[in-house]
Write a protein that binds this ligand. Structure first.
Ligand code: IMP
Length: 193
């Protein structure tokens, strides 16, 4: 079985990705399987830069093909931010609810409710060979936070054509449409063709 390193220490992402790879002949390893919890600083200027920083780091450390993702949300009412700073933005509030309320107020005030999630994946096959796969999920910010599932901004994000938030969907439902699964499926297509 081919080994592939998924460079993340995020358990939610690991589960989502393992699920998508479950019928394939790949053993997905993560840094924690190799007793590594260190992650390089994400100092890039784009999702692609940051994904490449992580996949290159993983490849150089263990010398096996490595992929990494970088994701985030872009919100119209916040001038399409927080973008690559999504994690820090959420962490800058006392708790998630304060963050959600801040966003909901801005949406209410500006009457701009569009938003999208982006995932960029970089697969590093060797030092000079990096391949990028992208996924995007368009939607709107909901009127209020709904649902306890998922993580991050899931409770306030309603994908287009759906009447519920990602926070109200189970893992399988989210995996069918998510930005991350779109990008991962492109990666899987590349690996299996
Ligand atoms: P990361 O850099 O890929 O870990 O993502 C940065 C941040 O974006 C996360 O900490 C979440 O706050 C947010 N984010 C990324 N993907 C998702 C998702 O699928 N649902 C909700 N929030 C997400």
């Amino acid at each position: 079985m081919n080994k592939l390193l998924f460079f993340t220490n995020n358990e939610n992402k690991k589960k989502e990705v393992e699920n998508l790879f479950k019928n394939l002949k790949y053993k997905i390893l993560s840094p924690s399987d190799m007793s590594l919890i260190f992650e390089p600083n994400e100092i890039g200027k784009s999702f692609i830069d940051n994904a490449k920083i992580k996949s290159s780091y993983g490849f150089n450390k263990f010398n096996i093909p490595c992929f990494a993702d970088d994701s985030g949300i872009c919100i119209e009412a916040l001038s399409w931010k927080p973008n690559i700073n999504s994690k820090n933005f959420l962490g800058s509030f006392k708790n998630k609810n304060d963050c959600f309320n801040y966003i909901l107020k801005k949406v209410n005030k500006t009457k701009k409710n569009k938003a999208y999630f982006i995932t960029s994946i970089c697969l590093t096959l060797n030092e000079k060979h990096h391949i990028i796969f992208q996924g995007r999920l368009n939607g709107t910010i909901s009127n209020k936070a709904m649902g306890q599932r998922g993580f991050g901004f899931d409770p306030i994000f309603k994908p287009f054509k759906f009447s519920k938030t990602l926070g109200e969907m189970d893992k399988e439902e989210k995996n069918k449409i998510s930005h991350r699964s779109i990008a991962i499926n492109k990666l899987i297509n590349f690996l299996t063709n």
